[in-house]
Write a protein that binds this ligand. Structure first.
Ligand SMILES: Cc1cc2nc3c(=O)[nH]c(=O)nc-3n(C[C@H](O)[C@H](O)[C@H](O)COP(=O)(O)OP(=O)(O)OC[C@H]3O[C@@H](n4cnc5c(N)ncnc54)[C@H](O)[C@@H]3O)c2cc1C
Length: 629
């Protein structure tokens, strides 16, 4: 991607100093890389690059460019000097062809002076200009694509041949049928070719498609491809990830998957929202509440979730910046006993290729775990306001998916399923089964889809190998025994089936000091014990009994103070001051006004008191020196 802006730090790594042409798109998922391949020859006019917002190192860029959903396509006009988040793709679908057509529209939207010089004219030539082209003997080929007004074939072929020498491609509309017939053009799109020696005629291709025309023209004798002198893409050889396969048991649930999913959710998915307010904030609050109350995780993670939940529910603010959430998740205050892995490590969710499975798989597992926990420990939600509604967990999950899940299409599908039947859920067990049924519905819709991992085919789950009792045959037809399915789901997604193998080692703390492997040493969910040999390390002591809010408030105030003292001068100060209401722990304008009113009122009161006592003391003096007669 090339972004012609001055903010160097937000340049993705594939940027180069390409000044004559700087159109680009930001995208996320692998299928869209195909767009780059399919338009490789257009690169001097428009370049496509992919940016993976799931990677830690790209998160800042994705946030700066306001990327909320994946895939996102953004276009940046040539010669853009100032920072801009670009224009969003507005195609009605995400098919490759639609993307290509939008790229063409985008190129045509440039004004004459701003069009990339390497981009040939894409508008049709005037009918009056056609005869002069037919008479041209410029020692090169001239191809005229005759087509209807809405056709993109001519423009695609023109761009496909930008890099080819000895040929010029133009497009003309099919308005004058008689003239076309005189040339032998009986249908459109058609390509009329004038050879260097002046001979001419309609070319014969098997199908009137872009690829057929382009490949015919490219293979003409004397037509040669120029070498592309664009900046080299940085080599990825040094960065190529060695994918290590982790052996795992499909009958188990891996803590590494759930924790990796939480890391991704909190640090990647939410990061695309710079600040949260209104319904979004409420959705996040409720979602964090159910996860904090129901996630059967290791103590440091549960402590982190509890703190986040308490912070979100008690802050009396309408808007919070995402960075404040991130500070807490990253444990910037270094509160002992709090830690969430900074990396993804998929185990039961690993795919046979890096772009398969992973996060969506972990999200499903997390949701199933939450519904099962809610049905086995309903008391966990007491006092949250969610305890009375058996569908509360599903409703919260539904809102999370609709608001935050990066796959917008998935969110819409899930919303449609929820609308249809979520209100039929009347018990916590029914909630467990509802999610299972809907997950199977998604599985059957996606079977054979591009996103299916061949190693993990989408089949009705649980398979007969995993749960023989779940399957029955009634009158020769396969059917489910839902009683057994429920038992199976409660066992499979229950805390006793969770294994820590491959889970991040909490002993080395990372950013956040931890209690050590309390789980391994001291039972699953009880209070964390003191790990052996850790007596002298305060960071490894049992959880401090801290008031997280107090610490957090102090920490954020401190950061604000630092910014105000920043050597970057008044600009930084203004910026920091402007952030006061945003920081979540600062004051809103209402608070500030109240402070001023209180300040003025108390000053007035003090002044009144002062005058009152002065007058009184004068009276006393008068009485003392002039006693009444
Ligand atoms: C809410 C949601 C909606 C989605 N909608 C779409 C969509 O519309 N289009 C799209 O392309 N992708 C969608 N996805 C992604 C898709 O469902 C898969 O998650 C993704 O393709 C990865 O598939 P997977 O092979 O890892 O298995 P997943 O379907 O992710 O399943 C993960 C694991 O859950 C277990 N499991 C499987 N089925 C069930 C079940 N019925 N009940 C309980 N556990 C089960 C299995 O152990 C499986 O390995 C959605 C994801 C989510 C979380």
């Amino acid at each position: 991607m090339h972004v012609c802006g001055e903010r160097q730090k937000v340049r993705p790594r594939v940027c180069g100093p390409l000044q004559e042409c700087c159109n680009a798109s930001v995208e996320h998922v692998a299928p869209f890389i195909k767009a780059a391949d399919a338009t490789e020859d257009w690169a001097t006019a428009i370049r496509v690059a992919a940016l993976d917002c799931a990677e830690d190192k790209n998160q800042e860029v994705c946030r700066a460019y306001d990327i909320h959903f994946y895939p996102t396509f953004r276009y940046f006009k040539a010669f853009t000097k100032d920072f801009t988040t670009g224009e969003s793709f507005k195609g009605h679908d995400r098919e490759l062809q639609t993307v290509r057509h939008t790229m063409i529209d985008f190129l045509q939207n440039h004004t004459e002076g701003t069009r990339p010089p390497a981009c040939p004219p894409l508008d049709p030539i005037q009918p009056s200009d056609v005869p002069s082209l037919l008479d041209s003997h410029g020692g090169r080929y001239v191809a005229i694509m005759f087509e209807s007004n809405g056709s993109y074939v001519g423009r695609e072929v023109t761009l496909d041949l930008i890099l080819y020498e000895n040929i010029m491609v133009s497009r003309a509309l099919d308005g004058d049928k008689v003239f076309l017939q005189s040339l032998g053009v009986s249908s459109v799109p058609s390509c009329y070719l004038i050879y260097p020696n002046g001979s001419q005629g309609v070319i014969n291709v098997a199908k009137p498609l872009r690829s057929f025309f382009s490949s015919y023209l490219k293979s003409l004798p004397g037509v040669k491809k120029r070498s592309l002198s664009l900046p080299e893409k940085p080599s990825t050889e040094g960065h190529s990830e060695v994918v290590v396969w982790r052996e795992f048991d499909r009958a188990k649930l891996y803590m590494a998957d759930l924790e990796s999913g939480l890391h991704y959710l909190l640090r990647v998915e939410l990061a695309s929202h710079r600040s949260l307010a209104g319904a979004e904030l409420k959705t996040l609050r409720d979602f964090v509440t159910i996860v904090a109350k129901l996630f059967p995780g290791r103590p440091p993670i549960r402590k982190l979730l509890e703190m986040l939940q308490e912070w979100l529910t008690t802050l009396p603010l309408d808007r919070i910046p995402y960075n404040a959430v991130l500070d807490l998740v990253n444990n910037k205050m270094r509160i002992s006993g709090i830690f969430l892995t900074h990396h993804v490590k998929w185990v039961g969710c690993q795919g046979s290729r890096p772009e398969l499975r992973g996060y969506p798989c972990s999200l499903w597992k997390l949701f199933h775990t939450l519904t099962v926990e809610a049905s086995t420990r309903p008391e966990a939600l007491l006092g949250t306001g969610l305890e009375d509604d058996p569908g509360a967990v599903l409703q919260t999950v539904r809102r999370y998916i609709h608001t935050f899940f990066g796959c917008r299409e998935c969110g819409e599908h899930f919303e449609a399923m929820a609308k249809e039947s979520l209100d039929t859920v009347k018990t916590l067990d029914q909630a467990v089964l509802w999610l299972w049924r809907k997950h199977n519905a998604v599985n059957s819709r996606l079977a054979g889809h591009l996103s299916e991992d061949p190693k993990f085919p989408k089949v009705p789950w649980p398979t007969p190998e995993l749960c023989p009792a779940c399957h029955e045959e009634i009158k020769g037809l396969d059917s489910w025994n839902e009683g057994h399915v429920l038992l199976f789901l409660k066992r499979h997604y229950g805390r006793d089936n969770l294994v820590d193998t491959y889970a991040a080692d909490l002993g080395d703390g990372g950013d956040g000091a931890t209690t050590g492997r309390a789980r391994a040493e001291g039972g699953r969910l009880g209070p964390p014990g003191k790990p052996q040999g850790a007596q002298d390390d305060p960071s490894l002591h049992p959880l401090h009994v801290l008031d997280p809010r107090t610490d957090l408030l102090e920490s954020l105030h401190h950061r604000l103070d630092l910014r105000l003292q920043s050597p970057q001068g008044p600009g930084a100060r203004e910026e920091a001051e402007a952030e006061v209401p945003l920081l979540g722990v600062g004051f809103s304008s209402l608070d500030m006004s109240l402070c001023v009113v209180l300040y003025v009122a108390s000053s007035l009161f003090l002044m009144l008191m002062y005058f009152f006592f002065r007058v009184r003391s004068k009276r006393w003096k008068v009485r003392l020196y002039h006693p009444a007669v």
